[in-house]
Structure formats: structure tokens, C-alpha cells
Ligand binder design. Structure first.
Ligand code: FO1
Length: 328
């Protein structure tokens, strides 16, 4: 069974751990393809940083700091300390020494002219990932957030990382803009991965800043609409709270309530021009099931809090079973 997953960062990575066990995908024979969000990418100190691709790579490669939720395990921050001693800006982004090695290799290859998809494959080779990992696009797409400038009150656009990391999403977002997405093309293999899959999964990633940038790349939403594979999503909202991260601040900006049913309605049913065939929600949100089903979606509830890889595996198994049922 070929499975394609559109992925943000750590939430997706934790789901993928379960999916890999559930599918038996291996480095030698990967049956899972992950299309990663690159809207979070940022160039700092001349280094190209791809947080979501790296979260997936480090987590599935066994090199992630699982407590912190980003960056490398056994990390040190000597370079960052030295940058701060020079007063170098920005000083709000935590670059670890081991992590910097990834960005150095990536940036050198990009600057030599290799596309991000090839560079990502090269980096992933070191980690012997049990998946095929590809960015959504080789083109530059950056998520920017329109806020009211705290000093002047005038609207201003800042990079997503500045909003997320520096301001902890505390500045009210007026709008999210996926700069460059209108002229971007899907990376090689992305459309095929969606149209030839047996199932496409939207893991519990942030709908606004993780999945929306992927869907904003021309051709990807269309491929989802037309694939014969069932499209199954897992709610990132449990009991009116994001499972992790600050998705509530993002959803507010686009006028979507923080509930499993509202996010399902935001994606919509493929039967009526939307994206999903089925939506898996947490037991805590079982009372949302009726509203979701009324929108033409197959809905099931189960434990979706990935306290351990076993829970993620159960969710993955349920998604694969559902895909089987929806296909026959
Ligand atoms: N998140 C933070 O909250 N603080 C940081 O200093 C930080 C640094 C960082 C460095 C590399 C990297 O790949 C990710 C990093 N993240 C950091 C996570 C990242 O900002 C976001 O969580 C994702 O972009 C959202 O998916």
C-alpha cells in the first residue's frame, strides 16, 4: 500500500512514527512518501533552515530532541552563544551546533545550484529514513504574518518564525500570506505521489501554517481533488485546544473556530468540492461527530493524543483500515 502524507513539523513526525510501524515502510522499500511544508523556511546568518523537513528527518532518523520538540538531541549552543556575544541579530532563534551542520550542508548544496528536493534527499540519506521525504516545492515560498506593528499600529508583515518564536504567536494575526506560492511549482514527484497513492493522509498538523502552504502550491489541491485515493485527515484539535503548538491563534485569524468540527468544515468534503473523505477525531470530541457526518464526511473517534508511538500506530492503523473500507 502506497501512502502519501502532507506534513508539517513535529505533530506530523509523531504520527509518522506510528504510520511507519503500521505500514512496515522501510529505508530499503519505502511505501510512505512525505510531502513536507517549506513555508516555515527561513534564511538566517546565510543558512537555509527548513524546520518542518528537519523535524520529520530528525524524528524518523532518531536524532530529534523529543522533549523540546525541535532541533537535535544532545545539542549544544556554542555558535549561538558566540553570535550573541557579537550582538548579532536576530537573537531570538535557537540555532544548535549539530543543527547548524545540517543547514551548512543544505545551504552549500543549494548555493551550488541543486534543487531543495535533491538536497533533502541527500540529507535524508544519512539518516536512512524509512520514508521518501520531499519538500512541497523547490521554489521559495515563505509564510508571512500580517500584524499591527506594536510601535506604529500600522499593518506590517513579518516572517512566520518571527511571529511564532519571537512573539509566541501573541500578536493578533490579521492574515497569513504564503509569499511566492502563486508562482511555485510542486517539487518533482509530488503530484504523482498524490495521484498514484492508495491513501493520502493529512496528519494532525496546523491547518493554517503547515498544511495551507502546501495546498497553496498550484496543482497540489487539484491533485488531492482528483486522486482516486481516499483522503483521510486527523484532527489537530482536541477538546477546543490544539494538540500542540499555537494553532488556535492561527485559526482565529482565518475565522475558523477551534474545534474538530470547524476544522473539518474548513477542509470540506470531497463530495462537495472540499479535500477530505474522512476525519478522525479524538474521543473527547465524540460530540462533534454528528456535525462532521452532516457535511458528508466519514467520521470516527479514538484516542489521538500521541503520548507514545503506540497511540500514533493505532491512529495510523485506523486511517489505513478506513482507507480500505472507502476504496472497496
Ligand atoms: N522553535 C522555538 O520555539 N524556538 C526556537 O528557538 C526554535 C529554533 C529552531 C531552530 C531550527 C528548527 O528547525 C526549528 C526551530 N524551532 C524553534 C521550531 C520552529 O520554529 C517551529 O516550531 C516550526 O517552524 C513550526 O512547525
Amino acid at each position: 500500500m502506497q501512502v502519501t502524507v502532507l506534513a508539517g513539523g513535529i505533530g506530523a513526525a509523531r504520527f509518522l512514527q506510528g504510520l511507519i510501524t503500521a505500514t512496515g515502510s522501510t529505508h530499503e522499500q519505502p511505501t510512505v512518501t512525505v510531502v513536507g511544508n517549506t513555508g516555515d523556511d527561513i534564511r538566517l546568518f546565510g543558512l537555509q533552515i527548513c524546520p518542518d523537513l528537519d523535524s520529520v528527518m530528525y524524528t524518523l532518523g532518531g536524532g530529534a530532541d523529543t522533549e523540546r520538540g525541535w532541533g537535535r538531541a544532545n545539542e549544544s549552543f556554542t555558535v549561538l552563544e558566540e553570535l550573541r556575544n557579537y550582538g548579532a541579530k536576530p537573537d531570538w532563534f535557537g540555532l544548535g551546533d549539530r543543527d547548524i551542520a545540517t543547514h551548512l550542508v543544505r545551504t552549500q548544496a543549494l548555493d551550488a545550484g541543486y534543487p531543495l528536493s535533491s538536497v533533502t534527499a541527500g540529507l535524508a540519506a544519512r539518516w536512512e529514513l524509512p520514508i521518501t521525504l520531499t519538500p512541497m516545492t523547490d521554489d521559495r515560498v515563505e509564510t508571512h504574518v500580517v500584524i499591527d506593528d506594536p510601535d506604529t499600529g500600522a499593518p506590517a508583515a513579518i516572517h512566520f518564525q518571527e511571529w511564532w518564536v519571537r512573539h509566541r504567536a501573541a500578536l493578533a494575526a490579521r492574515e497569513f500570506v504564503y509569499v511566492g506560492s502563486d508562482t511555485a511549482s510542486p517539487a518533482p514527484g509530488v503530484i504523482e505521489a498524490i495521484t498514484t497513492a492508495d491513501v493520502v493522509i493529512l496528519p494532525p498538523s496546523n491547518p493554517v501554517v503547515s498544511l495551507a502552504p502546501i495546498l497553496a502550491v498550484p496543482g497540489i489541491r487539484d491533485a488531492l481533488a482528483h486522486t482516486v485515493a481516499p483522503v483521510i485527515g486527523i484532527s489537530p484539535i482536541v477538546g477546543s485546544r490544539p494538540v500542540r503548538g499555537m494553532a488556535d491563534a492561527c485559526l482565529a485569524a482565518i475565522g475558523v473556530d477551534v474545534s474538530a468540527a470547524a476544522v473539518a468544515a474548513h477542509y470540506g468534503s470531497r463530495a462537495t468540492g472540499g479535500l477530505l473523505d474522512a476525519w478522525l477525531i479524538d474521543d473527547e470530541d465524540a460530540n462533534n461527530a454528528g456535525a462532521i457526518a452532516a457535511r458528508g464526511l466519514r467520521v470516527e473517534h479514538l484516542d489521538t493524543i500521541f503520548a507514545n508511538p503506540g497511540v500514533a500506530q493505532e491512529v495510523a492503523i485506523r486511517a489505513l483500515d478506513l482507507a480500505g473500507e472507502l476504496t472497496t
